[in-house]
Design a protein around this ligand. Sequence first.
Ligand code: GPW
Length: 839
Amino acid sequence: QILPNSSEPLKEVRVEDDRTGLSIETLKRAFADNLFYIQGKFPEIASRNDFYMALAYTVRDRLLRRWLNTAETYTRNASRTVAYMSAEFLMGPQLGNNLINLGIYDQVNQAMKELGLDLEELLEEEEEPGLGNGGLGRLAACYLDSLATLEIPSLGYGIRYEFGIFEQDIKDGWQVEITDKWLSAGNPWELPRPEWSVEVKLGGHTEMRADEHGHFKVYWLPDKIVKGIPYDTPILGYKTNTANTLRLWKAEAVESFDFYAFDSGDYLGAVHQKTVSENISKVLYPNDNSAQGKELRLAQQIFFVSCSLKDMTRIMAGQNVPLEQFADKFVIQLNDTHPSVAIPELMRLLIDEHNMTWDQAWGITKKTFAYTNHTLLPEALERWPISLFGRMLPRHLEIIYEINNRFLDEVRMKFPDDVDRLRRMSLIDESGERYVRMAFLACVGSYSINGVAALHTELLQKDVLHDFYEMYPEKFNNKTNGITPRRFMVLSNPRLCKLLHSKIGDEWVKNLYELRKLEGFVDDPEFRHQWRQMKQEIKQDVVDYIKSTTGINVNVNSMFDIQAKRFHEYKRQHLNVLHIITLYNRIKANPNIEITPRTFLFGGKAAPGYYMAKLIIKLINSVGDIVNRDPDVRDRLKVVFLKDFSVKFAQKIYPAAELSEQISTAGKEASGTGNMKFALNGAITIGTLDGANVEILEEVGAENFFLCGLTTEEVYALKAKGYKPWEYYKKDPELKLAIDRIASGFFSHGDPNLFKPLVDHLLGNDQYMLMADYRSYIDTQDEVSQAYRDIDRWTRMSILNVARMGKFSSDRSIRDYCEDFWKIQPVKIDLKQYVEATA
Ligand code: GPW
């Protein structure tokens, strides 16, 4: 680090008021300045995006002061830091959230108004960074918000994908994918830090050679090197001065490659090499809860993990912390196994590049990592074919073999003469083609293993990781997921916030348990009236939105019944469809039947290669086409597929929900977090005893939750005794008719082939047991319809759901992580008037 050595160094630089001031006048001046000097536009020729950018830079300036203050404090104190490693960060739009967390939403709103602009419109303009698939990526983003709000020194480490999750269009009822060019208009929230670039080795082979002292050492001779460039985004806490960092790596070719190729005259070859390197951070894999085992994906994993670990050693060197203290300086949280190759990579760095002994390096590694498991689904558990793994990471494979040898010795010691156990627990699956089992590697290399909801953790211990639980019971713990109330309430639901403000103040934003105070108002008819009024206004906005985007007329007085999440058979969107068809069939059988009017809203993407999920989307649209047009229905049922579900869109939709569909097969959804977002916004859940639904039910009370379906034990028992979906179909006339209508081509212009694969699945093996849960689901839905007719009862339920959501704040989750095993304390950041310049 170069410090100015003049007798009067750049000690203090005055930070311009226009870059820090929060008054309306200052904000307006700063905005005009940024429009002129950054965008290079005057108002008459400025586009809406220019105005958005000018405002974004105005806000970023205000973040920068807090960001640099924070970095400076952490550096000076060499603070213990959480490194949250994740292949996905589904951040959502930044502008609105930063306004909320800075506490200047109203000022900026007013400033824009005085300039003749509309803040809402500018917020709409932002292209969100969709660098995640769903729950796992969004959880990472909520955790960054809570870490900053709780003033915990932390860094998010991930990949700066050039293309995030694809944009979804619907053509003829089918999903069509469009590439997500989120960076095309520029990203005002990030700062590239090329000076902190690092190099990552790939491929090649290893050799034993004597070093300069005559000691034998392993050398890895890669056949490829790529450069990682960090891009930093500030993560501001809510009404604190803490601004932590999200550091995402972009892959580029190293210059030496160009020189090499130029020398040999292979100009096109050099350019090609460049493309190959840059491919690494090109695109997010669009699979949720399914591991594809692709080479490029492994390259992404080692790429960001290696960059991040080297970045951490650089930080330590800058703070004069010796490498022996790695585990004291950093705790690395592995967001599922996607970053678990960090375990052998840290071993390699410590041994090969910093000359530690195996035992020293292993001692540090085991104290550094903590692993969060997010799924029980076998197809989502990552395993890498040994051949592929060894080709790309020959040194890491050697290290994994050595970890495995020593680990199996430990197992042998604890469980003598148990050969089958050794086979089951080996980090290498040798039952057929050989694989590295990444979840097992993560278990062995971490000091903590956590599930994401109580039931999920229990099932991990009983089932998927049972052997590891017996081996290391002390490592296992539960950390039930949470969501940030800043984005999913303060920012997204201003109407509800206003009402809450008038009754219980704003303390709940930082302490969500404060919502309990609402319970005192459930018996107040005036309050209940206001509550309903509020919901009605929000619903009307969505009605208008649907009308303008799809042309469909939705009855604002119908129940808004919403299922918004990734499409996956285990999540059972098609069970919801069977309910819609059942209601439709009842109307067809008796057009004058009494029916509670409902609007069924669906949102979510299917993985591009997941045929069955895409067929379910097509089914929803096909059923909608019939139901929405049939005059017998008389507008009592509407089915709407809201395309391109995203964080931005989610924020619009959760507040309007009245019924939240959380109907996964018991034992399949690790936690779910959409369930929490809906309930926090006053929707009532219809759900199975799965994931965090169990805990939501526990918190809100059974009388404020619609429970349906088999329990996990019942699912297991039914599987064991031989599940026959056909029998349910035969015995239940409503079920039979619903299935028959799909199978006959009723919803597919008479074509019985279109949905045949789906019908065959359901009547054949029905892996997710829709047939078994159908009757319970339908009967519970009938209770829902009854309850909705009792306006007072429904309103009470809605209020009590909100009042009892305290537990599901991500602040609670993060506090639990900190206290239980991160062992890390908040660090207060003083906001200085001046920023020191350290050249
Ligand atoms: F398979 N989750 C997800 F475990 O969104 F890696 N994507 C994924 O690829 C995986 C899990 C993985 C979700 C879980 O499905 C959901 O139940 C959970 O609430 C969420 O992760 C956050 O923990």
